[in-house]
Design a protein around this ligand. Structure first.
Ligand code: ADP
Ligand code: MG
Length: 162
C-alpha cells in the first residue's frame, strides 16, 4: 500500500487535513462500530500530533476543550458515532504500564484510538491501521505529512481524503 504524502504550508492546512480525516472516519462509522480503528501519530515534540488530533475532533463536531494527554496519558471523547481515545505515552517509564493500566480496553469495536509516542507502549499496544508521520519542513509553519494505511478499513479512509 503506497503512502499518501502531503506538504502543508501552515497550521490551517493541518486543520483542513484533520477535517478530511474526520469526514473519512464519519463515513466509516459502521466499520468502526464493528472493528474499531487505530491511528498512530509519529513526530518530534511540537510536530503537530496534538494539533491534528484536535482538528479531527473539531471536524467530528466536538466543540469543547481538547487538551494534550501529556499528563493524563489518555483523554476520552464520547462522540455520537463512536468513542475517540487520545493517548500520549510520552511519560511511560516502561511499556508494561500499558497492561497495568488496562489500556487495551481503549482499543476495539466502537472506538477510534489515536496515539502519540506509541513506541513507548510497544509491544503491548495494538497495531495501527493508519500511521501518520509528521516532520517539520524548512520553516516554522511547514510540515511534511506521510499517511500510511494498509488495513482494509484504513485504505477506505485514505480513499476518502485523496
Ligand atoms: P505535538 O503534539 O506533536 O508535540 P503540538 O500539536 O502540541 O505538537 O504542537 C504543534 C505546535 O506547532 C503548535 O504550537 C502549533 O501552533 C504549531 N504549528 C505551526 N505550524 C503548524 C502546522 N503546519 N501544523 C501543526 N502545528 C503547527
Ligand atoms: Mg502532543
Amino acid at each position: 500500500c503506497a503512502p499518501l504524502l502531503k506538504n502543508l504550508s501552515d497550521e490551517h492546512e493541518m486543520e483542513l487535513l484533520g477535517q478530511d480525516l474526520a469526514k473519512g472516519l464519519d463515513s466509516l462509522k459502521d466499520l468502526i462500530k464493528e472493528k474499531g480503528l487505530t491511528i498512530r501519530l509519529n513526530g518530534d515534540l511540537g510536530a503537530g500530533k496534538t494539533t491534528l488530533t484536535r482538528a479531527i475532533l473539531r471536524g467530528l463536531g466536538y466543540q469543547r476543550r481538547v487538551k494534550s494527554p501529556t499528563f493524563s496519558l489518555l483523554e476520552i471523547y464520547k462522540l455520537e458515532a463512536f468513542t475517540l481515545n487520545h493517548f500520549d505515552f510520552y511519560r511511560f517509564e516502561t511499556p508494561e504500564e500499558f497492561e497495568d493500566a488496562g489500556f487495551r480496553e481503549n482499543y476495539g469495536p466502537g472506538q477510534v484510538t489515536i496515539s502519540e509516542w506509541t513506541s513507548k507502549a510497544e509491544p503491548f499496544v495494538p497495531e495501527a491501521d493508519v500511521e501518520i508521520d509528521i516532520t517539520q519542513g524548512a520553516d516554522e509553519q511547514t510540515r511534511e505529512v506521510k499517511i500510511s494505511a494498509c488495513s482494509e478499513v484504513a485504505q477506505n479512509l485514505l480513499a476518502k481524503i485523496k
